[in-house]
Design a binder for this molecule. Structure first.
Ligand code: A3P
Length: 330
């Protein structure tokens, strides 16, 4: 079944005042405001279909990787794929799929796939499916969030590094976008998938309502595991173990003995993935961005090379005002 993309919605779907067409566009970034979030215009048909239950039917065992853009999505996709597929594809195998396909081709973005009319590809994936999304928690359908058979893994990153990474990324299609403009857009909540604080807090609060530090499910909700890029950089192996436990595939003693976790970390390292031909040449099939643009530099703290002390101070004050009282220290 190939679901044709829907036309852009004419009405405000945000549940707000409902006073006519509430979509707002930003020609500088090609984004539109949809249900309170700035998304790429081309994703909206897919988001609408997913929300209406037409483009995607959740299945028992589904694992959905969620993130704001430029916060380590590509890395998380690789790690989760290598972890969940390790039975069929040992991470040290010379023909591992991640050596031949980009992480984005191994783990598709639901809204992009459905927008493109390729919803049937999601149906055809074997269980347990591994999918991804940039959709905020509030825009996910209840068939996912209220589904104890689904699991959500979220990754976020120091928002100051996210701004820098986003700026470099968006300059591929828009070379005239200045860092200052990117910074202002982000502070106004208008960066891609912004306001970023709503995106992060949506998943953080959903994860907080779970019992246990690894987001064990309430009986009525999808469990949420909240990961942080900086912690993964510090200790990738233990974060991979946490991920494996969360998806119900903990590493056995025999796997620990044979260093499977280290093999996964090595396979998915920035150095390894960015050196592969498949992650260099041409565009990612579904997103159309150059493959190499997903592997810029990696690591922590590049904001120091781009933000003035005044900018950093202003941004810290914004973080403090948005995350104060949430229990999340960003
Ligand atoms: P930088 O632009 O700071 O280098 P996303 O995948 O969400 O688009 O995020 C992209 C960011 O993750 C980029 O950050 C990119 O370099 C970094 N990244 C990509 N692959 C990585 C990996 N294997 N390990 C660590 N960071 C990675």
């Amino acid at each position: 079944r190939h679901d044709p993309p829907l036309p852009l919605p004419k009405k405000d779907h945000s549940g707000g005042d409902g006073d006519g067409d509430a979509l707002t566009s930003n020609p500088m970034t090609g984004q539109r405001l949809y249900q309170g979030t700035w998304v790429m215009e081309g994703w909206i048909p897919g988001i609408v279909q997913i929300q209406n239950g037409g483009g995607f039917t959740p299945r028992r065992g589904d694992v959905i990787l969620a993130s704001p853009p430029k916060c380590g999505t590509t890395w998380l996709k690789a790690l989760a794929f290598a972890t969940m597929a390790r039975g069929a594809h040992p991470p040290a195998a010379p023909d591992h799929p991640l050596l031949r396909h980009t992480p984005h081709d191994c783990v598709p973005f639901m809204e992009v796939i459905v927008s493109g009319g390729w919803g049937s590809k999601l149906d055809a994936l074997p269980s347990p499916r591994l999918l991804s999304t940039h959709m905020p928690y509030s825009t996910l359908p209840a068939s996912i969030t209220k589904n104890p058979d689904c699991k959500i893994v979220y990754i976020c990153r120091d928002p100051k590094d996210m701004v820098v990474s986003m700026w470099h990324f968006l300059r591929h299609p828009r070379p005239n976008l200045s860092f200052n403009d990117m910074f202002e857009l982000t502070c106004e909540g208008r960066s891609l998938c912004g306001p970023f604080w709503d995106h992060i807090l949506g998943y953080w609060n959903a994860g907080k309502t779970m019992s246990g530090d690894e987001g064990q499910p309430e009986m009525t909700s999808a469990a949420v595991l909240f990961l942080r890029y900086e912690e993964m950089i510090k200790d990738p192996a233990n974060n991979v173990r946490k991920l494996a436990r969360f998806v119900g595939q903990p590493f056995s003693a025999a796997e620990e003995e044979t260093k499977v976790v280290d093999d996964i970390v090595d396979l998915c390292s920035f150095e390894k993935l960015s050196s592969l031909k498949v992650n260099k040449a041409g565009p990612v099939v579904f997103t159309k961005y150059p493959r190499e643009s997903y592997f810029r530099r990696g690591g922590v703290g590049d904001w120091m090379n781009h933000m003035t002390p005044e900018m950093a101070h202003r941004f810290d004050a914004l973080l403090q005002s948005k995350f104060h009282g949430s229990g999340l220290d960003l």
